[in-house]
Design a protein around this ligand. Structure first.
Ligand code: GMT
Length: 422
């Protein structure tokens, strides 16, 4: 796409992959020269201050302008911009100075309303942004409720195309709930273009919702400059003794992640060799995980660390990354770990086989088979040379297939096809 576009991105802001993907996409699009508007209830957690130069607040929308203050872009954006600019140069496309704005969706504060009115307030905020800034494309991340809000804005007669990205649980869990099934199907059917983050999710969407329309598969990407191997013995010593292996899990501790399985896998590993487990993040099942760790006599060997946007610090010290999810449409955290050169032991669920190659960049085991996962971990740890080879293969796979310049053009093609009416 050669023209600068005006794009609004509607996303969830809590610690979760869909918000990460939306944020990274927004930053990269601005880096390419497009005018990008993030519309959300609060600033997405990965859109940290150092990644967004503050140009001032303008009521009612908070507007922060990256383009006018490129010095504030920080290391990541510089690198990302360089890699995207490299891609532009190679493909003969033009670049330019883009802008990134954040618009906060404000709540409806009226005593009659007991329920949150997010669908309405989001579509209203979107309509304002579209009118004020001439937005042409609204990219809704996660069908519920964002695609519905975007469609509502379009039905107000605004000249926008709605692109919806399905991230996983919006289809695999929520889309199946009777409370959401009809509205999710409607959102997917009526969007001008739809993407899914894996082939597996594309197939689940067709199967679960009975959808026949085209769905473009656009995988998650990883910034391989930021997520890179960084062997630093001093950093490692903060978490474990030299002879101890470090296992790592990062998630929002929702039941779908099966975080208790991580504790069980670790328990079996720790019976056989010195090891530590780092559990990063927070969510509904964290307390249960802490209790299970105590019950299994693992106190002192499992460390729970609150969610941090700088997860790469922990990935750099890990020997194996664990992701035993029940469902996982892609597994962005697994890809980030691979990019840091860390082999992954995960469940053979959803799109994970599209990310982790069995026996090469890690191991995939049936969901809930914690003994098999522990064996896989012990196998990797038993042979340091093999572990290093797997780590290299994991990194190579991330670099070869999942860098922004591989994935970003796919989104641009989807935007183009939506503008042309598919
Ligand atoms: O994984 C989560 O709990 C968060 C969730 C989200 O929607 O924020 O992540 C989903 O989207 C990510 C980005 O596309 C994918 O990498 C994750 O695999 C997917 N999570 C699940 O399918 C459980």
């Amino acid at each position: 796409m050669d023209n600068r576009r005006k794009i609004a991105i509607l996303c969830h802001t809590s610690a979760g992959g869909s918000g990460v993907v939306a944020t990274e996409l927004a930053i990269a699009l601005a880096g390419l020269g497009h005018q990008v508007h993030i519309v959300a209830t609060e600033r997405p957690f990965r859109l940290t201050d150092d990644r967004m130069a503050i140009a001032g607040d303008h009521a009612p929308a908070l507007v922060r302008d990256l383009g006018e203050n490129p010095k504030g872009w920080g290391h990541w954006l510089k690198k990302s911009r360089e890699s995207v600019l490299g891609w532009l140069a190679r493909t003969g496309r033009k670049s330019g100075q883009g802008t990134l704005h954040f618009h906060q969706i404000t709540g409806a504060d009226y005593p009659l309303f007991k329920e949150p009115m997010t669908i309405l307030t989001a579509s209203n905020a979107l309509a304002q942004v579209v009118e004020r800034h001439g937005v042409e494309i609204v990219h809704a991340h996660y069908a519920i409720p964002h695609a519905t809000s975007a469609l509502m804005a379009r039905s107000m007669g605004l000249p926008i195309k709605v692109v919806t990205t399905l991230h996983g649980t919006d289809v695999t869990l929520l889309g199946l709930e009777p409370a959401f099934a009809h509205t999710t199907k409607h959102a997917v059917q009526e969007s001008d273009a739809v993407t899914a983050v894996s082939r597996s999710l594309e197939q689940d969407t067709r199967r679960n919702l009975g959808i026949e329309r085209p769905i473009h598969v656009v995988h998650n990407w990883v910034d391989t400059e930021r997520f890179r191997p960084n062997p630093d013995p001093a950093n490692r010593l903060k978490y474990a003794q030299p002879e101890e292996a470090i296992l790592l899990h990062v998630s929002n501790f929702r039941p779908v992640k099966r975080p208790q399985d991580v504790i069980r896998v670790f328990s079996a590993v720790a019976r056989e060799r010195p090891a530590r487990l780092l559990m990063i993040g927070d969510g509904p099942a964290r307390r249960e995980c802490q209790e299970l760790a105590l019950e299994l006599d693992l106190a002192g060997r499992v460390q729970f660390i609150d969610f941090t946007p700088a997860v790469e610090r922990f990935m750099a010290v890990a020997d194996v990354f664990l992701l035993p999810s029940e469902e996982e449409s892609f597994g962005l955290v697994a890809l980030e770990a691979m990019s840091c050169g860390v082999p992954v032991v995960a469940s053979r669920a959803g799109g994970l086989p599209e990310v982790v190659v069995e026996g090469e960049s890690g191991h995939l085991c049936p969901v809930g088979h914690t003994e098999a996962m522990a064996e896989a971990v012990l196998g990797i740890l038993a042979d340091p040379q093999r572990r290093a080879e797997m780590g290299r293969a994991a990194r190579e796979r991330a670099v070869r297939h999942f860098r922004p310049e591989h994935i970003l053009p796919r989104y641009l093609e989807v935007y183009q096809s939506a503008l042309e009416g598919e």
